[in-house]
Design a protein around this ligand. Structure first.
Ligand code: F6R
Length: 238
């Protein structure tokens, strides 16, 4: 595992965007896994700048997002689909047929999860996966206690995550209680992982994830076993 310390959020985002751009330049047909949340927002902005400058051509990538809230349609302003199109995909003019995000309004959620895994396999797996870190150690929506063998599945969100995400909703009650998420095994099967760590209350959990024991109680600790993971830490949070 490579650990890189960035001097601040901007530096972390520039390093991350550069790494993603290198991946797409090296393999224009890359299958990229993306995350939502506050952490990668600036990274997406910098990638949009690269697109506008003609430095990177995203036309041939395919994408998979880690997760989506159950019950929110893709045009709901707090859905992860809405977030990705608004903050990234529309601005790099990515053909929506290349975008894969779990459908939170699927009538048969377990079928949706199986289909999602199948779609990943049909594109020969994910080349490069971007991750953020939850303050309780979650990656995707894999909350503490998740089985390391899990593939895409429906989860009940922890109280801590519901509270953390309530900042985007009018009230705590409005935050969906369930989500679809790629599982730990789906994440571990990706060929390269880039974990970004920034934001309040992450200092203690990143220490536990990187140097504590590998445990389902700290889902991100599993990344110690991934053969090709880079972590970029905004050291201003430490
Ligand atoms: C979002 C996701 C989550 C976030 C994590 C950190 O798609 O998978 O695991 O990466 O909750 O969120 P922020 O970046 O908002 O601190």
């Amino acid at each position: 595992m490579d650990i890189i310390y960035a001097s601040n959020y901007e530096d972390m985002s520039r390093k991350a965007a550069t790494t993603i751009a290198q991946q797409v330049i090296k393999k224009p047909t890359s299958v990229l896994g993306f995350a939502t949340g506050s952490t990668p927002l600036r990274t997406y902005e910098i990638l949009i700048e690269f697109h506008r400058q003609g430095i990177v051509d995203f036309s041939y990538i395919n994408t998979f997002n880690l997760d989506e809230y159950v019950g929110l349609s893709s045009d709901h302003p707090q859905s992860y689909s809405f977030f990705m199109f608004k903050n990234f995909f529309r601005q790099i003019q990515l053909d929506p047929s290349r975008v894969h995000i779990p459908l939170g309004t699927a009538l048969d959620l377990s079928r949706e999860c199986t289909d999602y895994e199948e779609a990943i396999q049909n594109l020969s797996g994910i080349d490069f996966q971007l991750l953020g870190l939850g303050s309780n150690g979650h990656i995707g929506f894999n909350e503490p206690g998740v089985h390391f063998n899990s593939v895409t599945h429906v989860v009940s969100l922890s109280q801590e995550t519901i509270k953390a995400n309530s900042r985007f909703f009018n009230s705590l009650e409005e935050v969906p209680k369930k989500a679809i998420t790629m599982g730990i095994k789906s994440i571990m099967n990706t060929r390269k992982i880039l974990l970004l760590v920034s934001g309040e209350k992450k200092a203690e959990i990143i220490r536990r994830a990187l140097s504590g024991s590998i445990s389902e109680e700290v889902p991100a600790s599993v990344l110690q076993l991934h053969p090709n993971t880079t972590v970029i830490i905004d050291q201003s949070i430490l």
